[in-house]
Design a protein around this ligand. Structure first.
Ligand code: UTP
Length: 289
């Protein structure tokens, strides 16, 4: 029997340099997808996927992210006084959404190091990681899809997607074979390879279900030339010494850590909103003609 996954680790301690200048003063995780901060979209995905606790890995200047999921007594009492019941419900629901824990990453030493910071809070349990840069727009939430695969096979799972040739040097790339529709046995992972050296076009995307042994592997990973501890190195060891499944998730992924992804996410989610759809659609038609 596989252990139930109840905890999600969401690292938000990165610098967000690709989105400067806005990230100089606003954490990218709080940038809006229409009117919802990106981090709330991620936490909603956790809730819909049956997760019970979110562990944020935070850093200096990112306090607003965890504050967002607290109760806001002042705002709530003003909204109640003014009879703004709908708005009050929106605000209250965020406070009640899920249990949260914050762990500090004191220096931005890479994604692998950020995950390692969650070791004591996660304990000896499997857990899921969601990178808030990757917004997955899908009927079945991305995290739920991965957890279903984990529950079936009892092994670590990473989400993968095919990327164009000229983008393989931006991702961790999978060397493996497809053993069933959309499911890959991962042999190796290569971090940001040149196209000529890339074993495939299958890139690892920001959702992972991991066994707790990953913390031991992360402790052994040496920082790379840039001083960062890469999660990919620990995942590659997991694939080598145990097992790792690559799962081609269903849905559309927007990388909101990048300008174009932030814009496409806003258009895609805007078009889903009944009150915005017609006006947005006619505006897009007008400017594209
Ligand atoms: P990115 O590689 O996107 O880095 O991290 P970044 O610093 O956020 O953004 P850029 O590349 O400078 O624009 C992937 C995820 O890992 C987290 C980030 O917050 C993001 O969710 N991260 C990265 C940390 O929590 N700590 C780190 O030291 C590095």
């Amino acid at each position: 029997m596989t252990k139930k996954v109840t905890k999600a680790v969401v690292p938000v301690a990165g610098l967000g340099t690709r989105l400067l200048p806005v990230t100089k003063s606003v954490p990218k995780e709080l940038l809006p997808i229409v009117d919802v901060p990106a981090i709330q979209v991620i936490v909603q995905e956790c809730v819909k996927s049956g997760i019970e606790e979110v562990i944020f890995i935070t850093s200096r200047g990112k306090g607003q992210i965890t504050d967002h999921f607290d109760y806001s007594y002042e705002l709530e009492s003003i909204l109640a006084e003014r009879g703004k019941t709908q708005e009050l419900e929106i605000v209250r629901n965020i406070g009640e959404m899920i249990r949260t824990v914050a762990v500090r990453q004191k220096k931005p030493l890479g994604l692998g190091h950020a995950i390692l910071c969650a070791k004591d809070v996660v304990g000896d349990e499997p857990f899921i990681v969601l990178l808030p840069d990757d917004i997955i727009d899908a009927e079945v939430p991305g995290a739920r899809q991965l957890l279903d695969v984990y529950e079936k096979y009892g092994q670590g799972v990473v989400s993968v997607m095919e990327v164009p040739d000229d983008e393989v040097d931006r991702y961790g790339i999978v060397d493996g074979e497809e053993w069933s529709d959309g499911l890959y046995r991962v042999r190796m992972l290569v971090e940001k390879p040149q196209f000529e050296e890339a074993p495939s076009n299958l890139a690892v995307i920001g959702r992972y279900v991991l066994p707790p042994i990953i913390f031991d592997y992360l402790e052994d990973v040496r920082a790379d030339d840039t001083g960062e501890v890469q999660l990919t190195d620990a995942l590659a060891r997991l694939a080598r010494e145990r097992a790792l499944v690559g799962y081609k998730f269903e849905g559309e992924r927007h990388d909101i850590g990048d300008r174009i992804g932030l814009i496409t996410a806003n258009i895609a989610f805007g078009l889903k909103r009944p009150e915005l759809r017609d006006r947005l659609q006619s505006y897009l038609r007008e400017i594209c003609d």
